[in-house]
Write a protein that binds this ligand. Sequence first.
Ligand SMILES: Cc1ncc(COP(=O)(O)O)c(C=O)c1O
Length: 433
Amino acid sequence: MAWSNANDRLLKERARRVIPNGMYGHESTARLPEVYPQFFRRSEGAYLWDTDNNKYIDFMCAFGPNLFGYRHKEIERAAAAQRERGDSMTGPSEIMVDLAETLVDLVTHAQWCIFGKNGTDATTLAATIARAHTKRRKILVATGSYHGAAPWCTPSPNGVTAEDKANLIGHDYNNVESLVAAARVASHDLAAILVTPFRHEVFREQFLADARYAVTAREICDVSGALLIVDDVRAGFRIARDCSWATLGVQPDLSCWGKCLANGYPLSAVLGNDLTRDAAGCVFTTGSFWFQAVPMAAAIRTLQLIRDTNYLENLVSAGTLLREGLDKQATRYGFELSQTGPVQMPQILFADDPDFRLGYAWASECLQRGVYFHPYHNMFLSTAHTEAVITEALCISEEAFAALRQRRAHLASPAQLAGLPLPPRTRSSNRAA
Ligand SMILES: Cc1ncc(COP(=O)(O)O)c(C=O)c1O
C-alpha cells in the first residue's frame, strides 16, 4: 500500500484546536520534516503503525522506554497478572519491596530506592535529597544537558523565573577545568553535581564522558561533602547492567532512572547509597499514581531480563550492524555520515550538513519507505531490533540514499528549523564516538 498521511494531517488539524500547538514537548513533530506522523495507533516488537496504517521500523523506542520490544510477551503477562490483582490502591502492593530489592541487588551503589513516574520526578527528588543532606543550595549541571521539564531544569525560558534556576551553576561537559571552576563558584554552598552519563544533546554529535571528568566529579564531591548524582534516565540499562558510570569505575551517591525501567510502563526511581538514606527519608515526596502496582510488576520482569539475558550484547551487535551498514551505504552514494554515541543509542547526522538539509531529506525518504529515524535526536535500540530487522532497515536506507543522491542539488534548508539557533557542527565536535 502506498504511503499516505491523510488521517494524520486531519488529526493534527483537530489537535491544534484543542491542544496548544497541537502537541507539546519533544514528542511534538513541529520541528520534524512534514511527513512525520504525530499520532500512532499500534506498536509491536520493533514496529509502529501510524493512524494511516503505515508500518515503521521504529528507532526511537518511545524515546527510550521500549527496551525489550513493544508489548514484550513476558513483561505483558506479568503486568496483566498484577492488573487482575490491583493497580492503584490505598497503599503500595507488596511487590514494591521485591522491586526495591531487585534494584538494590543490581545497581552497585544503590542501597535504597524511591519510586516515581517520570524522569523529572527522579531528577527533582535527587536534587531535593542532595539539598536536604548537605543543607546547601548549589547544583552543578553541564550547560545544555537535559534533566527534565520542571521549572528548575526546563530548557525553555518561558514561564520560568530567574529564581527557579538561581541555584544551578553551568559548566562544559567533559571539561575538567570548567567543572573545577564551577565548583569554586559554588564554594561552601555546593550541594551536588548532576550529570548525564554521556553527552546526548539534540542537533549535535554525542560524546562519551572521559574517565578524568567522572573521577574529578567524584573527587570534588568527596572533598566538599556534596553528592554526585548520575542522571541515567535516558541511558540507564543501555550502557550497563548497573549505573552507566560504573563502566568508568565511578559510583555516584544518587542515580536517577526512568524510561526503560518497566519497558514502557510509567515508572521512575531514585537510587541512593547509605550516606543519603536519612536525607531521603526526611524529604516529603509522593504522587497519587506513584504506587501503581502494574508498572512495578512490569519492572520486576524487565529487570530479570536485564540481569539474566544477553540483551545488552545483542543491542550492541544490532547497533554495530546498523552503524557499519549505514556508513558503507553513505560512502557508496557519495555522502558522509557523522554517527556518534554508543551504537545502541545512535545519533545519525550528516557531516557537512550545517542546516540539516541532507539529514532531513534522507530521514523523510526513509520514513516514507517504512523506517522511522530521527534527524536530530539520539535514537534507541531494543532487543526486538534483531539482525533481520536491521537488515530490513538497511534495505530501505539504501533506497533512501539513492533517492537523496537524485535530489541532492535541489534540496532547500528545512523551513521548520528557521530561526532556531542551530549549534555550529564541526568535525572536531565529533569526539569519542
Ligand atoms: C537525561 C534525562 N533526564 C531526565 C529526563 C526527564 O524524563 P521525563 O521526560 O520522563 O520526565 C529525560 C527525558 O528525556 C532525560 O533524557
